[in-house]
Design a binder for this molecule. Structure first.
Ligand SMILES: [Zn+2]
Length: 624
Protein backbone atom coordinates (compact mmCIF):
# COMPACT_ATOMS: atom_id res chain seq x y z
CA UNK A 1 0.00 0.00 0.00
CA UNK A 2 2.98 2.24 0.43
CA UNK A 3 5.13 3.35 -2.42
CA UNK A 4 8.54 4.89 -2.83
CA UNK A 5 8.06 8.35 -4.21
CA UNK A 6 10.83 10.11 -5.99
CA UNK A 7 10.55 13.63 -7.22
CA UNK A 8 12.87 14.64 -9.99
CA UNK A 9 12.58 18.34 -10.38
CA UNK A 10 13.94 18.24 -13.92
CA UNK A 11 10.74 16.53 -14.97
CA UNK A 12 8.70 19.43 -13.64
CA UNK A 13 10.28 21.92 -16.00
CA UNK A 14 10.46 19.37 -18.81
CA UNK A 15 14.12 20.35 -19.12
CA UNK A 16 16.51 17.90 -20.66
CA UNK A 17 18.97 16.36 -18.26
CA UNK A 18 22.41 17.83 -18.75
CA UNK A 19 25.42 15.58 -18.46
CA UNK A 20 27.15 16.95 -15.39
CA UNK A 21 30.59 15.62 -16.03
CA UNK A 22 30.72 17.63 -19.24
CA UNK A 23 31.00 21.12 -17.81
CA UNK A 24 31.19 21.78 -14.10
CA UNK A 25 31.00 25.48 -13.33
CA UNK A 26 34.17 27.00 -11.91
CA UNK A 27 32.78 27.45 -8.40
CA UNK A 28 31.78 23.80 -8.28
CA UNK A 29 35.21 22.75 -9.51
CA UNK A 30 36.57 24.66 -6.56
CA UNK A 31 34.28 22.82 -4.20
CA UNK A 32 35.63 19.58 -5.65
CA UNK A 33 39.24 20.60 -5.15
CA UNK A 34 38.44 21.68 -1.60
CA UNK A 35 37.66 18.07 -0.80
CA UNK A 36 33.97 17.69 -1.68
CA UNK A 37 34.83 14.60 -3.68
CA UNK A 38 32.32 12.44 -1.84
CA UNK A 39 28.64 12.89 -1.12
CA UNK A 40 27.90 15.15 1.86
CA UNK A 41 25.08 13.04 3.22
CA UNK A 42 25.61 10.27 5.75
CA UNK A 43 24.24 6.96 4.48
CA UNK A 44 25.71 5.07 7.42
CA UNK A 45 22.59 6.13 9.31
CA UNK A 46 20.67 3.77 7.00
CA UNK A 47 23.20 0.91 7.14
CA UNK A 48 26.67 1.16 8.72
CA UNK A 49 28.30 -0.79 5.89
CA UNK A 50 27.64 -2.47 2.56
CA UNK A 51 27.83 -5.80 4.38
CA UNK A 52 25.07 -4.69 6.77
CA UNK A 53 23.00 -3.57 3.76
CA UNK A 54 23.42 -6.92 2.07
CA UNK A 55 22.48 -8.78 5.25
CA UNK A 56 19.28 -6.70 5.45
CA UNK A 57 18.47 -7.43 1.81
CA UNK A 58 18.97 -11.17 2.34
CA UNK A 59 16.74 -11.02 5.41
CA UNK A 60 13.95 -9.34 3.42
CA UNK A 61 14.15 -12.05 0.76
CA UNK A 62 14.12 -14.76 3.44
CA UNK A 63 10.95 -13.28 5.02
CA UNK A 64 8.91 -13.24 1.81
CA UNK A 65 7.55 -16.79 2.00
CA UNK A 66 5.91 -15.77 5.29
CA UNK A 67 3.82 -13.19 3.41
CA UNK A 68 2.73 -15.70 0.80
CA UNK A 69 1.68 -18.12 3.55
CA UNK A 70 -1.41 -15.93 4.17
CA UNK A 71 -2.69 -16.43 0.62
CA UNK A 72 -6.27 -17.75 0.75
CA UNK A 73 -6.53 -17.08 4.51
CA UNK A 74 -7.49 -13.38 4.75
CA UNK A 75 -11.17 -14.19 5.30
CA UNK A 76 -10.50 -16.43 8.31
CA UNK A 77 -10.71 -13.71 10.95
CA UNK A 78 -9.90 -10.12 11.78
CA UNK A 79 -6.78 -11.36 13.58
CA UNK A 80 -5.46 -13.19 10.52
CA UNK A 81 -6.14 -10.21 8.25
CA UNK A 82 -4.35 -7.96 10.75
CA UNK A 83 -1.32 -10.27 10.95
CA UNK A 84 -1.08 -10.44 7.15
CA UNK A 85 -1.34 -6.67 6.73
CA UNK A 86 1.18 -5.91 9.48
CA UNK A 87 3.59 -8.46 8.01
CA UNK A 88 3.39 -6.87 4.55
CA UNK A 89 3.72 -3.39 5.98
CA UNK A 90 6.78 -4.18 8.11
CA UNK A 91 8.58 -5.99 5.34
CA UNK A 92 7.64 -3.31 2.81
CA UNK A 93 9.12 -0.66 5.10
CA UNK A 94 12.40 -2.56 5.45
CA UNK A 95 12.47 -3.18 1.69
CA UNK A 96 12.10 0.58 1.23
CA UNK A 97 15.10 1.18 3.47
CA UNK A 98 17.18 -1.38 1.56
CA UNK A 99 16.17 0.16 -1.76
CA UNK A 100 16.88 3.69 -0.57
CA UNK A 101 20.43 2.89 0.50
CA UNK A 102 21.17 1.31 -2.87
CA UNK A 103 19.47 4.07 -4.83
CA UNK A 104 21.20 6.93 -3.03
CA UNK A 105 24.66 5.39 -3.18
CA UNK A 106 24.06 4.58 -6.87
CA UNK A 107 23.15 8.21 -7.60
CA UNK A 108 26.12 9.52 -5.60
CA UNK A 109 28.36 8.05 -8.29
CA UNK A 110 26.71 6.55 -11.35
CA UNK A 111 30.13 5.31 -12.54
CA UNK A 112 30.49 3.02 -9.51
CA UNK A 113 29.75 -0.40 -11.02
CA UNK A 114 29.38 -2.12 -7.64
CA UNK A 115 26.83 0.47 -6.53
CA UNK A 116 24.86 0.01 -9.78
CA UNK A 117 24.88 -3.74 -9.21
CA UNK A 118 23.48 -3.23 -5.71
CA UNK A 119 20.74 -1.04 -7.18
CA UNK A 120 19.86 -3.87 -9.56
CA UNK A 121 19.68 -6.28 -6.61
CA UNK A 122 17.44 -3.86 -4.73
CA UNK A 123 15.10 -3.59 -7.72
CA UNK A 124 14.95 -7.39 -7.99
CA UNK A 125 14.08 -7.51 -4.29
CA UNK A 126 11.20 -5.08 -4.86
CA UNK A 127 9.94 -7.11 -7.81
CA UNK A 128 9.96 -10.18 -5.57
CA UNK A 129 8.06 -8.24 -2.89
CA UNK A 130 5.47 -7.22 -5.49
CA UNK A 131 5.04 -10.83 -6.56
CA UNK A 132 4.78 -12.04 -2.97
CA UNK A 133 1.93 -9.58 -2.27
CA UNK A 134 0.13 -9.34 -5.64
CA UNK A 135 -2.60 -11.76 -4.55
CA UNK A 136 -3.71 -9.49 -1.70
CA UNK A 137 -5.89 -6.93 -3.53
CA UNK A 138 -7.97 -9.50 -5.48
CA UNK A 139 -8.48 -11.49 -2.28
CA UNK A 140 -9.65 -8.39 -0.38
CA UNK A 141 -12.05 -7.57 -3.22
CA UNK A 142 -13.38 -11.14 -3.07
CA UNK A 143 -14.05 -10.79 0.67
CA UNK A 144 -16.41 -7.93 -0.07
CA UNK A 145 -17.12 -4.67 1.69
CA UNK A 146 -19.34 -6.04 4.46
CA UNK A 147 -16.85 -8.63 5.67
CA UNK A 148 -13.89 -6.24 5.51
CA UNK A 149 -15.81 -3.54 7.39
CA UNK A 150 -16.72 -6.14 10.03
CA UNK A 151 -13.05 -7.09 10.49
CA UNK A 152 -12.06 -3.42 10.71
CA UNK A 153 -14.61 -2.89 13.49
CA UNK A 154 -13.05 -5.77 15.45
CA UNK A 155 -9.39 -4.77 15.10
CA UNK A 156 -7.99 -1.42 16.31
CA UNK A 157 -4.83 -2.00 14.24
CA UNK A 158 -6.84 -2.48 11.07
CA UNK A 159 -8.88 0.60 11.93
CA UNK A 160 -5.90 2.87 12.62
CA UNK A 161 -3.46 1.72 9.96
CA UNK A 162 -5.18 -0.18 7.16
CA UNK A 163 -8.86 0.79 6.94
CA UNK A 164 -8.33 3.51 4.35
CA UNK A 165 -6.26 1.28 2.06
CA UNK A 166 -8.56 -1.73 2.43
CA UNK A 167 -11.71 0.24 1.64
CA UNK A 168 -9.96 2.01 -1.23
CA UNK A 169 -9.13 -1.38 -2.75
CA UNK A 170 -12.81 -2.29 -2.50
CA UNK A 171 -13.88 1.05 -3.98
CA UNK A 172 -11.95 0.26 -7.16
CA UNK A 173 -13.31 -3.29 -7.34
CA UNK A 174 -16.15 -2.16 -9.59
CA UNK A 175 -13.64 -1.98 -12.43
CA UNK A 176 -11.79 -5.20 -11.64
CA UNK A 177 -12.69 -8.01 -14.05
CA UNK A 178 -13.17 -11.72 -13.47
CA UNK A 179 -9.93 -13.70 -12.95
CA UNK A 180 -10.09 -14.76 -16.64
CA UNK A 181 -10.70 -11.14 -17.68
CA UNK A 182 -7.76 -9.92 -15.61
CA UNK A 183 -5.59 -12.62 -17.18
CA UNK A 184 -6.43 -11.34 -20.66
CA UNK A 185 -5.79 -7.73 -19.61
CA UNK A 186 -2.40 -8.70 -18.17
CA UNK A 187 -1.47 -10.51 -21.39
CA UNK A 188 -2.53 -7.50 -23.48
CA UNK A 189 -0.57 -4.98 -21.44
CA UNK A 190 2.79 -5.50 -23.18
CA UNK A 191 1.52 -5.00 -26.77
CA UNK A 192 -0.62 -2.07 -25.61
CA UNK A 193 2.52 -0.41 -24.22
CA UNK A 194 4.18 -0.77 -27.66
CA UNK A 195 3.36 2.73 -28.99
CA UNK A 196 5.36 4.40 -26.24
CA UNK A 197 8.33 2.17 -27.03
CA UNK A 198 8.03 3.01 -30.73
CA UNK A 199 8.04 6.73 -29.98
CA UNK A 200 11.11 6.55 -27.77
CA UNK A 201 12.99 4.47 -30.36
CA UNK A 202 12.17 6.96 -33.09
CA UNK A 203 13.28 9.94 -31.03
CA UNK A 204 16.32 8.34 -29.41
CA UNK A 205 17.66 6.25 -32.27
CA UNK A 206 16.09 6.75 -35.71
CA UNK A 207 15.45 10.41 -36.38
CA UNK A 208 18.60 11.90 -37.96
CA UNK A 209 18.83 15.09 -35.90
CA UNK A 210 20.21 18.06 -37.83
CA UNK A 211 23.12 20.27 -36.82
CA UNK A 212 22.93 24.08 -36.81
CA UNK A 213 25.67 26.67 -36.81
CA UNK A 214 24.88 29.67 -34.61
CA UNK A 215 26.00 33.25 -35.21
CA UNK A 216 28.98 32.85 -32.85
CA UNK A 217 30.29 29.95 -34.95
CA UNK A 218 29.22 27.33 -32.45
CA UNK A 219 27.62 24.21 -33.93
CA UNK A 220 24.93 22.26 -32.12
CA UNK A 221 23.26 18.96 -32.93
CA UNK A 222 19.53 19.59 -32.51
CA UNK A 223 18.15 16.57 -30.72
CA UNK A 224 15.79 17.16 -27.77
CA UNK A 225 18.68 18.04 -25.50
CA UNK A 226 20.40 20.28 -28.05
CA UNK A 227 17.12 22.11 -28.55
CA UNK A 228 16.73 22.91 -24.84
CA UNK A 229 20.35 24.10 -24.76
CA UNK A 230 19.91 26.55 -27.65
CA UNK A 231 16.24 27.63 -27.70
CA UNK A 232 17.04 30.60 -25.42
CA UNK A 233 19.96 31.81 -27.56
CA UNK A 234 20.46 35.58 -27.08
CA UNK A 235 20.54 36.20 -30.85
CA UNK A 236 17.03 36.23 -32.28
CA UNK A 237 18.05 34.86 -35.70
CA UNK A 238 19.74 31.97 -33.93
CA UNK A 239 16.55 31.20 -32.03
CA UNK A 240 14.49 31.25 -35.21
CA UNK A 241 17.01 28.99 -36.93
CA UNK A 242 16.92 26.55 -34.00
CA UNK A 243 13.10 26.41 -34.00
CA UNK A 244 12.77 26.16 -37.81
CA UNK A 245 15.35 23.37 -38.01
CA UNK A 246 14.24 21.40 -34.96
CA UNK A 247 10.52 21.32 -35.77
CA UNK A 248 11.26 20.54 -39.44
CA UNK A 249 13.06 17.41 -38.23
CA UNK A 250 10.03 16.38 -36.18
CA UNK A 251 7.71 17.13 -39.10
CA UNK A 252 9.56 14.67 -41.33
CA UNK A 253 8.47 11.93 -38.92
CA UNK A 254 5.04 13.35 -38.16
CA UNK A 255 3.14 10.41 -39.73
CA UNK A 256 5.02 7.75 -37.76
CA UNK A 257 4.93 9.71 -34.51
CA UNK A 258 1.22 10.34 -35.12
CA UNK A 259 0.56 6.64 -35.73
CA UNK A 260 2.31 5.81 -32.45
CA UNK A 261 0.25 8.33 -30.49
CA UNK A 262 -2.98 7.27 -32.24
CA UNK A 263 -2.30 3.64 -31.23
CA UNK A 264 -1.68 4.72 -27.64
CA UNK A 265 -5.04 6.54 -27.59
CA UNK A 266 -6.79 3.48 -29.02
CA UNK A 267 -5.16 1.35 -26.30
CA UNK A 268 -6.61 3.74 -23.70
CA UNK A 269 -10.07 3.42 -25.27
CA UNK A 270 -9.72 -0.37 -25.20
CA UNK A 271 -8.82 -0.31 -21.49
CA UNK A 272 -11.62 2.16 -20.75
CA UNK A 273 -14.27 -0.01 -22.42
CA UNK A 274 -12.93 -3.27 -20.97
CA UNK A 275 -12.99 -1.86 -17.43
CA UNK A 276 -16.35 -0.15 -17.76
CA UNK A 277 -15.36 3.50 -17.48
CA UNK A 278 -17.28 6.26 -19.24
CA UNK A 279 -14.15 8.07 -20.39
CA UNK A 280 -10.36 7.77 -20.39
CA UNK A 281 -10.24 10.81 -18.13
CA UNK A 282 -12.47 9.14 -15.55
CA UNK A 283 -10.36 5.97 -15.73
CA UNK A 284 -7.00 7.64 -15.19
CA UNK A 285 -8.26 9.91 -12.41
CA UNK A 286 -9.90 7.01 -10.58
CA UNK A 287 -6.67 5.75 -8.93
CA UNK A 288 -6.30 8.72 -6.57
CA UNK A 289 -10.09 9.24 -6.71
CA UNK A 290 -9.82 12.72 -8.24
CA UNK A 291 -13.17 13.94 -9.65
CA UNK A 292 -13.12 14.83 -13.35
CA UNK A 293 -14.48 18.22 -12.24
CA UNK A 294 -10.99 19.12 -10.96
CA UNK A 295 -9.55 18.65 -14.43
CA UNK A 296 -12.36 20.55 -16.12
CA UNK A 297 -12.17 23.43 -13.62
CA UNK A 298 -8.43 23.74 -14.26
CA UNK A 299 -8.86 23.88 -18.03
CA UNK A 300 -11.76 26.35 -17.84
CA UNK A 301 -9.94 28.71 -15.47
CA UNK A 302 -6.66 28.55 -17.38
CA UNK A 303 -8.65 29.72 -20.42
CA UNK A 304 -10.33 32.44 -18.40
CA UNK A 305 -6.85 33.60 -17.33
CA UNK A 306 -5.44 33.80 -20.87
CA UNK A 307 -5.77 37.61 -21.14
CA UNK A 308 -3.17 37.83 -18.33
CA UNK A 309 -0.88 35.39 -20.16
CA UNK A 310 -1.18 37.48 -23.32
CA UNK A 311 -0.32 40.55 -21.25
CA UNK A 312 2.80 38.71 -20.07
CA UNK A 313 3.90 38.11 -23.66
CA UNK A 314 3.45 41.79 -24.46
CA UNK A 315 5.53 42.64 -21.39
CA UNK A 316 8.15 40.12 -22.42
CA UNK A 317 8.36 41.67 -25.91
CA UNK A 318 8.87 45.06 -24.27
CA UNK A 319 11.49 43.86 -21.82
CA UNK A 320 13.44 42.05 -24.54
CA UNK A 321 13.20 45.11 -26.81
CA UNK A 322 11.69 43.19 -29.70
CA UNK A 323 9.63 44.72 -32.55
CA UNK A 324 7.20 41.80 -32.31
CA UNK A 325 6.87 38.54 -30.41
CA UNK A 326 7.28 35.03 -31.83
CA UNK A 327 7.11 31.53 -30.34
CA UNK A 328 10.94 31.41 -30.27
CA UNK A 329 11.08 34.50 -28.03
CA UNK A 330 9.59 32.72 -25.02
CA UNK A 331 12.75 31.25 -23.51
CA UNK A 332 15.47 33.94 -23.26
CA UNK A 333 15.77 35.24 -19.67
CA UNK A 334 14.12 38.64 -19.11
CA UNK A 335 16.61 40.09 -16.63
CA UNK A 336 19.93 38.72 -15.44
CA UNK A 337 21.00 39.07 -11.85
CA UNK A 338 24.64 39.19 -10.86
CA UNK A 339 24.07 37.80 -7.41
CA UNK A 340 25.34 34.54 -5.96
CA UNK A 341 24.51 32.66 -2.78
CA UNK A 342 26.55 30.32 -0.60
CA UNK A 343 24.88 27.24 0.85
CA UNK A 344 24.78 28.94 4.22
CA UNK A 345 23.09 32.03 2.75
CA UNK A 346 20.52 29.82 1.01
CA UNK A 347 19.74 28.15 4.33
CA UNK A 348 19.44 31.40 6.27
CA UNK A 349 17.33 33.04 3.55
CA UNK A 350 14.93 30.11 3.22
CA UNK A 351 14.55 29.92 7.02
CA UNK A 352 13.60 33.60 7.03
CA UNK A 353 11.25 33.15 4.07
CA UNK A 354 9.22 30.36 5.69
CA UNK A 355 8.62 32.29 8.93
CA UNK A 356 4.93 32.79 8.03
CA UNK A 357 4.58 29.01 8.58
CA UNK A 358 5.26 29.46 12.29
CA UNK A 359 8.03 28.89 14.81
CA UNK A 360 7.64 25.14 14.97
CA UNK A 361 8.07 24.72 11.21
CA UNK A 362 11.10 27.02 11.17
CA UNK A 363 12.71 25.21 14.10
CA UNK A 364 12.15 21.83 12.50
CA UNK A 365 13.59 22.99 9.18
CA UNK A 366 16.57 24.61 10.93
CA UNK A 367 17.29 21.36 12.72
CA UNK A 368 16.89 19.18 9.60
CA UNK A 369 19.11 21.43 7.46
CA UNK A 370 21.87 21.36 10.10
CA UNK A 371 22.30 17.60 9.65
CA UNK A 372 23.84 15.38 7.01
CA UNK A 373 20.65 14.66 5.08
CA UNK A 374 21.56 16.38 1.84
CA UNK A 375 24.14 16.15 -0.92
CA UNK A 376 23.97 19.71 -2.27
CA UNK A 377 26.43 20.26 -5.10
CA UNK A 378 27.23 18.82 -8.53
CA UNK A 379 30.24 16.54 -8.75
CA UNK A 380 31.68 14.41 -11.57
CA UNK A 381 29.76 11.14 -11.75
CA UNK A 382 26.85 12.28 -9.59
CA UNK A 383 23.29 11.83 -10.90
CA UNK A 384 21.71 14.99 -12.32
CA UNK A 385 18.49 16.69 -11.23
CA UNK A 386 17.14 17.16 -7.74
CA UNK A 387 14.93 15.02 -5.57
CA UNK A 388 13.88 14.18 -2.03
CA UNK A 389 13.83 10.52 -1.08
CA UNK A 390 11.63 9.58 1.93
CA UNK A 391 12.12 5.81 1.50
CA UNK A 392 14.33 5.27 4.59
CA UNK A 393 11.23 5.92 6.68
CA UNK A 394 12.69 5.08 10.11
CA UNK A 395 15.80 7.17 9.45
CA UNK A 396 14.88 10.53 7.79
CA UNK A 397 14.40 12.01 4.32
CA UNK A 398 17.46 12.36 2.09
CA UNK A 399 17.93 15.05 -0.55
CA UNK A 400 20.00 14.88 -3.72
CA UNK A 401 20.50 18.34 -5.18
CA UNK A 402 22.73 19.88 -7.83
CA UNK A 403 22.57 23.46 -6.66
CA UNK A 404 23.94 26.31 -8.70
CA UNK A 405 25.10 29.32 -6.70
CA UNK A 406 22.46 31.47 -8.45
CA UNK A 407 18.91 32.27 -7.41
CA UNK A 408 17.56 29.17 -9.18
CA UNK A 409 19.81 27.11 -6.90
CA UNK A 410 18.16 28.68 -3.87
CA UNK A 411 14.65 28.02 -5.26
CA UNK A 412 15.60 24.36 -5.72
CA UNK A 413 16.81 24.33 -2.10
CA UNK A 414 13.48 25.76 -0.89
CA UNK A 415 11.53 23.40 -3.17
CA UNK A 416 13.17 20.13 -2.15
CA UNK A 417 13.21 21.00 1.55
CA UNK A 418 9.48 21.67 1.17
CA UNK A 419 9.11 18.03 0.12
CA UNK A 420 11.26 16.87 3.04
CA UNK A 421 9.17 18.86 5.54
CA UNK A 422 5.98 17.38 4.06
CA UNK A 423 7.35 13.88 4.71
CA UNK A 424 8.56 14.78 8.21
CA UNK A 425 5.22 16.31 9.25
CA UNK A 426 3.25 13.38 7.80
CA UNK A 427 5.51 10.92 9.60
CA UNK A 428 4.94 12.65 12.94
CA UNK A 429 1.17 12.69 12.55
CA UNK A 430 0.41 9.40 10.79
CA UNK A 431 1.27 5.73 11.09
CA UNK A 432 3.69 4.50 8.40
CA UNK A 433 0.86 3.05 6.32
CA UNK A 434 -0.88 6.43 5.95
CA UNK A 435 2.18 8.67 5.71
CA UNK A 436 2.85 8.43 1.96
CA UNK A 437 1.06 11.23 0.11
CA UNK A 438 -0.48 11.08 -3.37
CA UNK A 439 1.25 12.54 -6.43
CA UNK A 440 -1.70 14.92 -6.73
CA UNK A 441 -0.60 16.78 -3.58
CA UNK A 442 3.11 15.97 -3.68
CA UNK A 443 4.14 19.27 -5.31
CA UNK A 444 2.19 21.58 -3.02
CA UNK A 445 4.64 21.85 -0.11
CA UNK A 446 7.47 22.49 -2.56
CA UNK A 447 5.70 25.19 -4.60
CA UNK A 448 4.36 26.90 -1.45
CA UNK A 449 7.95 27.22 -0.20
CA UNK A 450 9.06 28.63 -3.54
CA UNK A 451 6.24 31.15 -3.38
CA UNK A 452 7.20 32.21 0.17
CA UNK A 453 10.81 32.58 -0.96
CA UNK A 454 9.73 34.76 -3.88
CA UNK A 455 7.65 37.02 -1.59
CA UNK A 456 10.57 37.28 0.82
CA UNK A 457 13.08 38.16 -1.92
CA UNK A 458 10.73 40.84 -3.25
CA UNK A 459 10.59 42.44 0.20
CA UNK A 460 14.38 42.31 0.53
CA UNK A 461 15.17 43.51 -2.99
CA UNK A 462 16.95 46.87 -3.04
CA UNK A 463 17.13 47.76 -6.72
CA UNK A 464 14.65 47.96 -9.56
CA UNK A 465 16.70 45.38 -11.52
CA UNK A 466 16.62 42.95 -8.64
CA UNK A 467 12.85 43.25 -8.30
CA UNK A 468 12.37 42.79 -12.04
CA UNK A 469 14.58 39.72 -11.89
CA UNK A 470 12.45 38.00 -9.20
CA UNK A 471 9.23 39.05 -10.93
CA UNK A 472 10.56 37.71 -14.24
CA UNK A 473 11.46 34.37 -12.65
CA UNK A 474 8.01 34.06 -11.15
CA UNK A 475 6.20 35.02 -14.36
CA UNK A 476 8.15 32.35 -16.25
CA UNK A 477 7.44 29.83 -13.50
CA UNK A 478 3.69 30.45 -13.78
CA UNK A 479 3.75 30.39 -17.58
CA UNK A 480 5.67 27.09 -17.65
CA UNK A 481 4.05 25.31 -14.73
CA UNK A 482 0.48 26.57 -14.89
CA UNK A 483 -0.48 27.77 -18.38
CA UNK A 484 1.72 25.47 -20.44
CA UNK A 485 0.77 22.37 -18.41
CA UNK A 486 -2.92 23.34 -18.53
CA UNK A 487 -2.57 23.63 -22.31
CA UNK A 488 -1.03 20.13 -22.41
CA UNK A 489 -3.85 18.89 -20.18
CA UNK A 490 -6.46 20.37 -22.52
CA UNK A 491 -4.70 18.78 -25.51
CA UNK A 492 -4.56 15.39 -23.81
CA UNK A 493 -8.27 15.56 -23.05
CA UNK A 494 -9.09 16.65 -26.60
CA UNK A 495 -7.09 13.73 -28.06
CA UNK A 496 -8.89 11.21 -25.89
CA UNK A 497 -12.27 12.69 -26.76
CA UNK A 498 -11.40 12.38 -30.45
CA UNK A 499 -10.36 8.75 -29.94
CA UNK A 500 -13.46 7.93 -27.88
CA UNK A 501 -15.69 9.45 -30.58
CA UNK A 502 -14.02 7.23 -33.18
CA UNK A 503 -12.64 10.18 -35.15
CA UNK A 504 -9.78 9.64 -37.56
CA UNK A 505 -6.42 10.11 -35.85
CA UNK A 506 -3.18 11.07 -37.56
CA UNK A 507 -0.11 13.22 -37.10
CA UNK A 508 -1.78 15.88 -39.26
CA UNK A 509 -4.93 15.87 -37.11
CA UNK A 510 -2.81 16.15 -33.95
CA UNK A 511 -0.90 19.12 -35.37
CA UNK A 512 -4.15 20.83 -36.40
CA UNK A 513 -5.59 20.38 -32.90
CA UNK A 514 -2.35 21.52 -31.28
CA UNK A 515 -2.13 24.58 -33.53
CA UNK A 516 -5.63 25.68 -32.52
CA UNK A 517 -4.64 25.35 -28.84
CA UNK A 518 -1.17 26.87 -28.96
CA UNK A 519 -2.40 29.93 -30.89
CA UNK A 520 -5.34 30.37 -28.51
CA UNK A 521 -3.09 30.11 -25.42
CA UNK A 522 -0.43 32.47 -26.77
CA UNK A 523 -2.81 35.02 -28.22
CA UNK A 524 -2.90 37.12 -31.38
CA UNK A 525 0.40 38.91 -30.68
CA UNK A 526 2.65 35.85 -30.60
CA UNK A 527 3.55 34.65 -34.07
CA UNK A 528 3.57 30.84 -34.26
CA UNK A 529 4.46 29.41 -37.68
CA UNK A 530 2.23 26.42 -38.41
CA UNK A 531 5.05 23.81 -38.67
CA UNK A 532 5.88 24.45 -34.98
CA UNK A 533 2.55 22.80 -34.10
CA UNK A 534 4.32 19.43 -34.31
CA UNK A 535 5.51 20.25 -30.77
CA UNK A 536 3.05 17.61 -29.47
CA UNK A 537 5.42 14.93 -30.82
CA UNK A 538 8.24 16.24 -28.61
CA UNK A 539 6.29 15.92 -25.33
CA UNK A 540 6.81 12.43 -23.84
CA UNK A 541 4.21 13.16 -21.15
CA UNK A 542 1.35 12.46 -23.58
CA UNK A 543 2.20 8.81 -22.92
CA UNK A 544 1.88 9.30 -19.16
CA UNK A 545 -1.90 9.02 -18.76
CA UNK A 546 -3.26 12.36 -17.58
CA UNK A 547 -0.23 13.23 -15.48
CA UNK A 548 0.72 16.79 -16.50
CA UNK A 549 -2.40 18.47 -15.15
CA UNK A 550 -1.02 17.83 -11.66
CA UNK A 551 1.80 20.30 -12.24
CA UNK A 552 -0.82 22.99 -12.85
CA UNK A 553 -3.12 21.97 -9.98
CA UNK A 554 -0.13 21.74 -7.59
CA UNK A 555 1.22 25.21 -8.34
CA UNK A 556 -2.34 26.57 -8.04
CA UNK A 557 -2.76 24.98 -4.62
CA UNK A 558 0.76 25.93 -3.48
CA UNK A 559 0.34 29.57 -4.49
CA UNK A 560 -3.21 29.70 -3.11
CA UNK A 561 -2.01 28.40 0.28
CA UNK A 562 0.93 30.81 0.36
CA UNK A 563 -1.44 33.72 -0.38
CA UNK A 564 -3.92 32.56 2.28
CA UNK A 565 -1.09 32.32 4.82
CA UNK A 566 0.19 35.80 4.01
CA UNK A 567 -3.30 37.22 4.45
CA UNK A 568 -4.68 34.95 7.18
CA UNK A 569 -1.66 34.53 9.47
CA UNK A 570 -1.24 31.77 12.04
CA UNK A 571 -4.69 30.20 11.65
CA UNK A 572 -4.25 29.76 7.89
CA UNK A 573 -0.70 28.47 8.40
CA UNK A 574 -2.03 25.84 10.79
CA UNK A 575 -4.70 24.71 8.30
CA UNK A 576 -2.02 24.37 5.66
CA UNK A 577 0.33 22.43 7.95
CA UNK A 578 -2.55 20.07 8.73
CA UNK A 579 -2.80 19.34 5.01
CA UNK A 580 0.87 18.29 5.09
CA UNK A 581 0.38 16.31 8.32
CA UNK A 582 -2.52 14.40 6.73
CA UNK A 583 -0.03 12.52 4.51
CA UNK A 584 -2.00 9.81 2.72
CA UNK A 585 -4.70 9.37 5.35
CA UNK A 586 -7.47 10.41 2.92
CA UNK A 587 -8.02 11.08 -0.77
CA UNK A 588 -5.93 14.07 -1.89
CA UNK A 589 -8.89 16.22 -2.99
CA UNK A 590 -10.55 15.59 0.40
CA UNK A 591 -7.37 16.51 2.30
CA UNK A 592 -7.21 19.81 0.43
CA UNK A 593 -10.91 20.46 1.04
CA UNK A 594 -10.31 20.12 4.80
CA UNK A 595 -7.47 22.62 4.36
CA UNK A 596 -9.90 25.12 2.85
CA UNK A 597 -9.11 24.54 -0.82
CA UNK A 598 -11.75 22.95 -3.04
CA UNK A 599 -9.98 21.93 -6.25
CA UNK A 600 -13.29 21.19 -8.00
CA UNK A 601 -14.20 24.89 -7.81
CA UNK A 602 -12.62 27.77 -9.77
CA UNK A 603 -11.16 29.37 -6.60
CA UNK A 604 -7.62 27.89 -6.44
CA UNK A 605 -7.00 28.59 -10.13
CA UNK A 606 -8.45 32.10 -9.89
CA UNK A 607 -6.16 32.74 -6.93
CA UNK A 608 -3.19 31.74 -9.05
CA UNK A 609 -4.27 33.95 -11.96
CA UNK A 610 -4.87 36.83 -9.52
CA UNK A 611 -1.34 36.36 -8.17
CA UNK A 612 0.00 36.36 -11.74
CA UNK A 613 -1.87 39.60 -12.42
CA UNK A 614 -0.33 41.19 -9.30
CA UNK A 615 3.12 40.27 -10.55
CA UNK A 616 2.42 41.73 -14.00
CA UNK A 617 1.10 44.92 -12.37
CA UNK A 618 4.25 45.23 -10.28
CA UNK A 619 6.53 44.64 -13.27
CA UNK A 620 4.65 47.15 -15.40
CA UNK A 621 4.84 49.74 -12.63
CA UNK A 622 8.61 49.24 -12.33
CA UNK A 623 9.08 49.57 -16.08
CA UNK A 624 7.11 52.82 -16.04
ZN1 LIG B 1 9.12 18.72 -6.52
Amino acid sequence: MSMIEIDRRSALTLAAILPLAAALPAWAQQAVSEGADAAAWDLSEIYPSVAAWDAARQAVLAEMPKLTAYKGRLGESAAVLTEAMVGQSDLGKTAGRVYTYASLSGDADVRDAAAQERLGQARDMFTAYGEATAWTAPEIVALGREKVEGFIAQSPVLKERFAFGLLDTIRQAEHVLSPEGEQIMASASAPLAGPQEIRSQLVAADIPWPTVTLSDGRTQRLDDQGYTLTRDAPNRNDRKKVFDTFWAAYNQYRSSLGAALASKLKADVFNMKARGYNSSLEMFLDGPNVPAGVYRALVAEANAGLPQLHRYFDLRRRMLNLPDMAYYDIYPPLVSLDKTFTLDQMRTTVLEAVQPLGREYVAKLADATSKKWMDPFPRPGKASGAYMQPGAYDVHPYLLLNLSNQYDGMTTYAHEWGHAMHSLLAKEAQPYDLSGYATFIAEIASTANEQLLFEHMMKQAKTREEKLFYLGQQMENIRGTFFRQAMFAEFELKLHEMAEAGEGLSGKRFSDAYYELVTRYHGPNVNIPEPYAVEWAYIPHFYRNFYVYQYATSISAGVAFARKIEQGGAAEAERYLNVLRAGGSDYPVEILKKGGLDMTTPDPYRSLVAGFKDILDQAEALLG
